[in-house]
Design a protein around this ligand. Structure first.
Ligand SMILES: [Zn+2]
Length: 215
């Protein structure tokens, strides 16, 4: 299964007619936050769905463009999977939005304790997966990174310990996040942590998963 993952940056190549060719054969799109609604809608229109996403800390990105004080507007044709466990074809996916709390903006920022509580909310779905499919999860999409993996020392870009615990306990094959911008091409964007490959998808990435190995 071919998966396109995106976050944080409107990529000129993706936001262009070239996407038709570039995204040929893509079965699924995953959005890891801080992207405007029009961009996700463009992608899902060009490639077809499904497109599962979580919202980043820059929540105004999901408000409709040109009307910054309007009510919340979410990208049409896309599915917000924050706090949900979903299944597409044989793939088990869950999402956790937002970043570490760093100011008093009320939206899409969480303390470590609040994020741990959000993880707890996923547990019934994960246990059901284990029962039905023999594994808890294949892909966790988040906006923020796990603590100590691709994260930074400033409060805003610190990773969550709750995600590290999640990987230790539920062993997803992938944790895909955004939030940490890449300015230097030598920066590490892929790290193995136990059974999980952690990927910073800043911009966009193509991921190929052999469905036969999902057991
Ligand atoms: Zn962010």
């Amino acid at each position: 299964m071919k998966i396109l993952t995106v976050s944080d940056k409107v990529d000129e190549l993706i936001y262009s007619p070239a996407l038709k060719r570039l995204g040929d054969g893509v079965d699924l799109i995953l959005g890891c936050g801080d992207l405007p609604a029009y961009y996700l809608e463009f992608i899902v229109t060009m490639l077809g769905g499904p497109l599962f996403y979580v919202i980043g800390n820059h929540a105004n990105a999901v408000r409709e463009r040109h009307r910054p004080y309007s009510k919340w507007e979410y990208p049409g044709g896309c599915e917000n999977i924050d706090g949900h466990v979903v299944r597409y074809k044989n793939l088990l996916i869950a999402g956790l939005e937002g970043s570490m709390r760093y100011n008093n903006n009320p939206y899409y920022q969480y303390t470590e304790r609040e994020m741990a509580r959000k993880v707890w909310g996923l547990v019934p779905g994960l246990l059901m997966n284990k029962l039905l499919y023999g594994r808890y999860l294949d892909i966790l999409i988040t906006h923020a990174p796990p603590q100590g993996v691709h994260d930074k020392s400033d409060r805003c870009h610190q990773g969550f310990r709750a995600f590290v615990r999640f990987m230790e306990r539920f062993r997803p094959r992938y944790l895909i996040h955004g939030h940490v911008h890449i300015y230097n091409p030598n920066e590490i964007t892929e790290t193995q942590y136990r059974d999980t490959t952690v990927i910073n998808t800043y911009g966009y990435r193509m991921l190929e998963i052999d469905e036969d190995t999902l057991l």
